[in-house]
Structures are given as structure tokens and as C-alpha cells.
Design a protein around this ligand. Structure first.
Ligand code: ZN
Length: 114
């Protein structure tokens, strides 16, 4: 397959669900991710979170966006290795509102973690 075919056939639509992200990551990286395991993958996530912090402090919008994408990709990777469906997990935890107060506009005290 030449580069043009790759670009035209594999480019996803501009929006992506969490399930699509997890499937994409699974397709691209699953054998490497399984070999690295959760511990090794978690270290990469932490590195990417550090890079996101740096980009938020002094990066361009483009650099910040790229770092958000990396953090999401590594989070999806860990979820894949741990066999967690992120969309399902988020729906269960946040789909009925704030897990702390049960409201869709959180009324938890500012000093508590919801
Ligand atoms: Zn709340």
C-alpha cells in the first residue's frame, strides 16, 4: 500500500468515540502493549502527563492539543491492557451526574474531590 492509499483509506472522521479510540489503539499497538504490560505503560502515561503540563505552561495550542491526544492514547492503551471499556466505565460513573452529589451541575463542596 503506498502512502496516498494509506492516507485516504485509513483517515478517520473528525470525531472519534472512546470505543473507536480503544479499537484504533488496539489495532496499532496491542502486541507491543501486551508485552510492555500495565506497569510499563503506566510509566509512559506519566511521562506524557508531564509533557502535557509543560505544553500547558509554555506550548502553543497545537502542541497542547498534541499532548492531550498523547495522554488520551496512553490512557486508552492502559485500559486496553487492563480490559476496561472506557466508554462503559465513564457512563457508569458519570452518566447519572456527579458521583459525589448525584447532580448534573455539581453541588459538592469545593474542598472535596467529587
Ligand atoms: Zn458533586
Amino acid at each position: 500500500m503506498n502512502k496516498n492509499e494509506t492516507d485516504s483509506e485509513s483517515t478517520l472522521s473528525s470525531s472519534m468515540t472512546l470505543s473507536e479510540l480503544q479499537l484504533l489503539i488496539e489495532t496499532m499497538y496491542s502486541s507491543k502493549d501486551e508485552a510492555r504490560g500495565i506497569d510499563g505503560t503506566f510509566m509512559w502515561l506519566m511521562e506524557e502527563i508531564g509533557e502535557l503540563a509543560a505544553a500547558l505552561r509554555e506550548g502553543t495550542k497545537e502542541e497542547q492539543a498534541a499532548e492531550f491526544a498523547d495522554v488520551f492514547a496512553w490512557l486508552a492503551t492502559i485500559a486496553n491492557v487492563a480490559k476496561i471499556d472506557l466508554s462503559d466505565a465513564l457512563h457508569k460513573k458519570y452518566g447519572k451526574g456527579c458521583p459525589g452529589c448525584g447532580q448534573f451541575v455539581c453541588t459538592c463542596d469545593l474542598s472535596t474531590k467529587p
